[in-house]
Write a protein that binds this ligand. Structure first.
Ligand SMILES: Nc1ncnc2c1ncn2[C@@H]1O[C@H](COP(=O)(O)OP(=O)(O)OP(=O)(O)O)[C@@H](O)[C@H]1O
Length: 868
């Protein structure tokens, strides 16, 4: 296969500092070969001209300094690189076994070793040339690209043979050249001679059809969801990647690089997994965890870490129209390692659980799995204790008319979840409490109201639902009635009690159900973290795996999509910074010849979301501090509007139009809508429900109600909520609004994202982009348009373009001289490291286009330096 052959070329082309290396015949210009030749006493050829361009005598250790972010940026502190920090995006290919396959096309040293089957294919260049010219991509009427053969060309038209033997006549200019057959299915897109959209699509499809779901795109791993079991995992594969007997692109290879780099560079690592809903992020995260657990296991804690998955999935995943097991929260799992490289603990952070699903979900979707699992799998005693009914008898679950998932046994899953809870040391008593809360949430949805006067005021109806809720929470029926039908208010410093109408009471009930469930989820994560905490054994070395919701654009986009897409802008910025910005800045700072490659920067869109306050000229003249600034970003405008008691979703939409209409990433739409130009495309948001969801108010009465419950778990939830409301005082610019119990959802999320980015900034990132090949969740269907749109969204094509033209491997002159100086024929002990580096390059006749000499470092094209 082409990929294997190219790989072997790459391996022999790399510079190997130690260990036995096969002697290659002369003529090769690669450092690896030269190293081998030198060891074997083979004379190297003459030095090429032009080596050492722009070399400078500054020999100090270089530190890449990113540009200072603005004050509102999570990147305000300097990111540092270690001496050997490898390729673009850290995970880079120079450091990764599989990724190093990305060798630019060049004369192969293997070619000199005599003809191989591959060489004979290349031997007859005339027929090859003719064939190559004949292979083209043409666009079919349905928009798909097809690989076809040119039969004849006359004038500006060509006659083509398309797959399935059909013949088409098309304008020659509409055709795109195809790569030679030898490049079909290469395992790194960087190897494609023509990097056009159809070539990339074809290459991924070619591989996908043979269950090769992983492909490198320079430093990024692309994973196409197979929607079926593929024979790529398990102990044999883990062993093969660990021993490096297998190096085709794989999540294992990425996890392996992360592990190795963490140990060798002593820098924390991150594996950042992104993609649309259903693209395979969670599965990919689990596969990475499996590899790390296998290599770093031993103490048993790795098994506990793996067992957090069924728990988090039960409580945080749900069936949606796009994915039967969709994570409705973002997750970062930080796996800690001891000094000997063994896993010694973990820490999980979750982001923005979709609370609204608890009380409302679309037809054909389900609420959180645990509701169905509990009802299906609870043993009789528990069932009686919790007064469980069938799922189709609960109002919250009934509304979507969807109770089961094809091929999933909820009762069996319940057993797996309780088993996992045992493994992560959640006590039997705590488990009972957890399930009591789950049941209480379900029963809350069934609490109904009786209208008691002609102003539509209500009281709860005392029946099975209300009685069960009060028993499960440990409160009296009176207290439950009070919290759901009345509200304490302070008006002009006087305490008054307001009766609630049916709508207000229903909203209060649903808000309580959502808060209970979200608190339960948070509490569970805390318990898991306690169980996995590393305590004294902590060394500070870790690999973090980020599995966060991908960019979403539906027919109707609401507050949830707004937050999710904002998170994706942040992540895209991180991706851009590491793969485009920092990379190119380092070239410029080190003074190498480099023509800047443009890329789609999403800074403007991020500013649209995040810009906090702008100073206005008129306000500068005012002495009042509050008048000096006005909120300017979507988030701060939303936050400000959320604090006005009379504000509505329409006033919010109008405010956006008034302040942001000149912003190129924003467009006001009719009524309550607005459009944002995201890096991944335009999304129209409907502001209906924005303010309420952002305020996410749980009235103080509800918190006090939970605090009064006899069971300890609702009391714990209440203390947590009260603590959050106390924290409000410390938030600058937060207008004081009597009803606000806590920070708005958007602001809290922004804070979480900033912290996340700061954490990720201190790691070497490894990026995995998951691709969903069809919307049907079925195997063997590859929708070109869908795939292309995702590749564009996540900048895969740009990464390949930039990586191909860049120098992903670098090494300081000191390190290079130390490592390879002994190969020099002359004694260089007294020379400076830069001179030694240049001398090595000269002596071994390295092709000038394969490297650049910077002030502090040498920069190499892919595959020129082999890194153990
Ligand atoms: N490597 C794989 N092998 C086999 N099946 C897979 C693989 N990756 C994903 N799948 C299938 O695709 C489904 C969706 O994957 P997953 O839940 O990981 O998507 P996701 O990107 O995390 O989606 P969401 O954002 O909705 O949580 C899985 O339930 C599984 O059936």
């Amino acid at each position: 296969m082409a990929s294997v052959e190219v790989r072997s070329v790459r391996k022999s082309a790399a510079l190997r500092p130690r260990g036995p290396t096969k002697v290659q015949p002369a003529r090769s210009m690669s450092l690896d070969y030269k190293y081998s030749a030198a060891r074997a006493g083979v004379e190297a050829g003459p030095a090429p001209n032009g080596v050492g361009r722009r070399a400078a005598a500054d020999e100090e250790e270089g530190e890449a300094v990113p540009p200072e972010g603005d004050a509102d940026s999570p990147y305000s502190s300097k990111a540092t690189t270690t001496e050997e920090e490898g390729s673009a995006g850290g995970g880079g290919e120079a450091n990764s076994a599989s990724s190093a396959a990305a060798t630019p096309r060049r004369p192969s040293p293997a070619a000199a070793a005599g003809p191989s089957p591959r060489d004979t294919r290349w031997g007859d260049t005339s027929s090859y040339g003719a064939k190559k010219k004949n292979r083209v991509f043409c666009q079919l009427p349905n928009g798909d690209w097809a690989l076809c053969t040119v039969i004849t060309t006359s004038g500006d038209e060509s006659v083509l043979k398309v797959p399935e033997g059909k013949v088409l006549r098309l304008k020659t200019e509409s055709l795109q050249p195809a790569n030679p057959e030898i490049l079909d299915g290469v395992d790194d897109l960087m190897q494609l001679s023509y990097l056009s959209e159809p070539s990339v699509l074809y290459n991924l499809q070619y591989r996908y059809s043979q269950d090769m779901i992983y492909t490198k795109a320079g430093p990024v791993l692309v994973a196409v969801n197979p929607f079926k079991k593929v024979a790529l995992y398990g102990n044999e594969y883990i062993k093969a990647y660990r021993n490096k007997t297998m190096d085709s692109p794989h999540v294992y290879a990425i996890a392996d690089s992360a592990l190795r780099e963490m140990k060798s560079d002593e820098v924390n690592q991150s594996i950042i997994i992104s993609g649309e809903s259903g693209a395979g992020k969670t599965e990919t995260a689990k596969i990475a965890m499996q590899y790390l657990a296998s290599l770093g296991g031993g103490s048993g804690i790795e098994y506990e870490i793996l067992q957090t998955n069924p728990i988090l999935e039960a409580f945080g995943n749900a069936k949606t129209l796009r994915n039967d097991n969709s994570s409705r929260f973002g997750k970062l799992i930080e796996i800690h390692f001891s000094t000997t490289g063994r896993i010694c603990g973990a820490m999980i952070q979750t982001f923005l659980l979709e609370k609204s699903r608890v009380v409302q979900c679309a037809v054909g979707e389900r609420s959180y799995h645990i509701f169905y699992q509990l009802c299906a799998g609870a043993p009789t005693t528990l069932r009686e204790k919790l007064n469980l009914k069938k799922v189709d008898e609960y109002k919250y679950l009934k509304q979507s008319c969807c109770y089961s998932i094809a091929g999933v046994d909820d009762a069996e899953m319940f057993r797996a979840v309780t088993e996992a809870m045992n493994i992560v040391h959640i006590s039997k008593e705590d488990q009972d409490n957890v399930f009591a809360m789950v049941s209480a949430v379900l029963w809350l949805g069934d609490v109904s109201f009786t209208i008691i006067d002609n102003e539509n005021h209500v009281e709860i109806t005392v029946e099975e639902a209300a009685e069960t809720v009060s028993r499960l929470l440990g409160c009296s029926i009176e207290d439950l009635n009070l919290v759901l039908s009345k509200r304490h208010m302070k008006v002009n410093n006087e305490n008054i009690v307001q009766k609630l109408t049916l709508t207000q009471a229903t909203d209060t009930r649903d808000a309580l159900a959502k808060a209970l469930y979200a608190s339960l989820f948070e509490w569970l994560v805390e318990q898991i973290n306690k169980s996995l905490s590393v305590g004294k054994r902590r060394t500070g070395r870790s690999i973090s795996i980020l599995d966060i919701y991908g960019f979403e654009s539906f027919d109707k986009n609401s507050f949830e999509q707004f937050c999710i897409n904002y998170a994706n802008e942040r992540l895209q910025q991180h991706f851009n910074r590491h793969l485009f910005k920092l990379e190119q800045e380092e070239y410029v700072e080190d003074g190498i010849d480099w023509a800047k490659v443009e890329f789609e920067d999403n800074q403007d869109c991020l500013n649209l979301f995040e810009k906090v306050w702008a100073c206005t000229f008129s306000s500068l003249l005012s002495s009042s501090r509050n008048h000096k600034y006005k909120p300017l970003g979507l988030l701060s405008l939303l936050d400000e509007e959320s604090t006005f008691p009379n504000a509505t979703d329409l006033t919010f939409a109008n405010k956006l139009k008034q302040h942001l209409d000149t912003n190129s990433c924003f467009r006001g739409e009719r009524g309550k809508a607005f459009t944002v130009r995201h890096y991944a495309g335009e999304v129209a948001y409907d502001t209906s429900g924005f303010l309420e969801k952002n305020r996410d108010l749980l009235h103080m009465d509800s918190i006090q109600f939970l605090a009064k419950c006899k069971l300890s778990i609702p009391q714990t939830f209440a203390s947590k909520m009260l603590a959050q409301s106390d924290n409000l005082e410390s938030i600058p610019y937060r207008p004081s609004v009597a009803d606000s119990q806590k920070l708005s959802v958007a602001m809290k999320f922004k804070g979480q994202l900033f912290q996340l980015m700061q954490r990720l900034e201190s790691t070497t990132p490894h990026f995995i982009r998951c691709i969903k090949p069809n919307n049907l969740q079925l195997p063997a269907i590859y929708g070109q348009e869908l795939v292309l749109q995702q590749l564009k969204c996540c900048g895969v094509l740009e990464v390949v373009r930039i990586s191909r033209s860049g120098y992903p491997t670098r090494m300081t002159h000191q390190k290079f001289a130390r490592r390879y100086g002994f190969l020099l024929l002359e004694d260089v002990a007294s020379q400076d490291p830069l001179s030694v580096s240049v001398a090595i390059l000269h002596q071994f006749n390295i092709l000038p286009e394969m490297y650049q000499v910077g002030y502090t470092k040498l920069f190499f094209r892919t595959g020129q330096v082999w890194q153990p």
